[in-house]
Design a protein around this ligand. Structure first.
Ligand SMILES: Cc1ncc(COP(=O)(O)O)c(C=O)c1O
Length: 325
């Protein structure tokens, strides 16, 4: 059956039985069940709907954004259904599955040099826009547009409803950050609803600008294999005031945790979900009788061609990717 825009959202909140030890309970919002296979469907549907309402987008325009793949697929799918052209600026070396998906939805991909990763993709998108008519193209800018964070309030409200139906008051919210839109929009609603909740944001250790800022460290971006996290800049959508604690996760450990979870639970999550699970593991070992909410962003099928976690284009990943995978 063809999926429609109304199929975005209203995802299940799944209790993770194997993590629920010491009387703790862990719940994960299954965003990989969105039509294009990731949480980014919510982001782009909201951004486009709001810009249409504001009269900014005109039929037939081409929508532009930068992405490592999930955002690109979501934008390509929604753009096609709504009648927009879509052009995605994407760093070289992203998985074939993601590129194929974007092209299957009819969007163009401009691959940008691996050396400058996502910051290079942004520069190239801006250069393209400055050379082309603003009547025809619109840069959605998921990193800087606060419509991104705004998209996630609705998911936060769904979580509140789903927890209330089971009389659960959550103690922790755990979520990895790329742009931080997902974390911030949900965290805002959860904090407004539950005064005692503690929010924990996660960054990949090789590219952790908020962690560096909070700990007075110099920030350096290094390559990693958690695509979707660690773009090399702190996005405007990461609302630091909503982050009670910022922690870093090792990319190789996250891949290993994902594989362990898939083997034990038979739920085919992606690597950044493994990062969320590592933090949940730590909480359930340290506490008793707490409720923890986290999120599953996407699925393993988006990484099948890189299932060893090795991205040869990103040479700094080369030495870590062989470990424990
Ligand atoms: C697989 C994956 N996980 C996590 C994230 C982080 O989401 P956000 O940009 O809302 O912080 C992304 C973002 O692209 C992603 O693709």
């Amino acid at each position: 059956m063809e999926m429609e825009l109304k199929d975005i959202g209203n995802t299940p909140l799944l209790e993770l039985a194997t993590l629920s030890v010491n009387g703790n309970r862990v719940f994960s919002k299954c965003e990989y069940l969105n039509p294009s296979g990731s949480h980014k469907d919510r982001t782009y549907l909201n951004i486009i709907n709001k810009l249409e309402k504001a009269g900014v987008l005109k039929p037939g325009m081409t929508l532009i954004d930068c992405s490592t793949g999930n955002g690109g697929a979501a934008l390509a799918w929604i753009g096609r259904l709504k009648g927009y052209g879509v052009k995605i600026f994407m760093p070289e070396g992203m998985t074939e599955e993601r590129k194929t998906q974007i092209r299957t939805y009819g969007a163009d991909i401009v691959e940008t040099p691996k050396e400058s990763f996502l910051t290079g993709a942004v520069l190239q998108a801006k250069a393209y826009l400055s050379e082309n008519s603003s009547e025809e193209f619109y840069y959605l800018d998921q990193s800087n547009s606060l419509l991104n964070k705004d998209s996630w309030r609705c998911c936060g409200k769904e979580i509140v409803k789903q927890l209330s139906a089971q009389n659960i008051v959550p103690d922790f919210f755990v979520c990895s950050i790329g742009t931080g839109g997902t974390f911030s929009g949900i965290a805002e609603v959860l904090k407004q609803t539950y005064s005692g909740i503690k929010t924990i944001a996660l960054e990949v250790s090789n590219s952790a600008p908020l962690f560096a800022q909070r700990n007075n460290l110099a920030f350096n971006h290094r390559s990693h294999n958690l695509m979707g996290l660690g773009a090399g800049v702190l996005s405007a959508n990461t609302d630091s005031g909503l982050v009670d604690e910022i922690r870093v996760i090792d990319d190789v450990d996250a891949w290993a945790r994902m594989k362990h979870f898939i083997a034990s639970e038979k739920i085919p999550i992606g690597p950044t979900c493994g990062a969320n699970l590592l933090m949940c593991d730590e909480i359930v070992q340290a506490h008793k009788c707490k409720s923890i909410v986290t999120l599953f962003f996407d699925s393993s099928w988006k990484y099948a061609s890189r299932w060893d976690g090795f991205y040869p284009e990103y040479s700094e990943v080369r030495h870590v990717a062989g470990r424990n995978l």
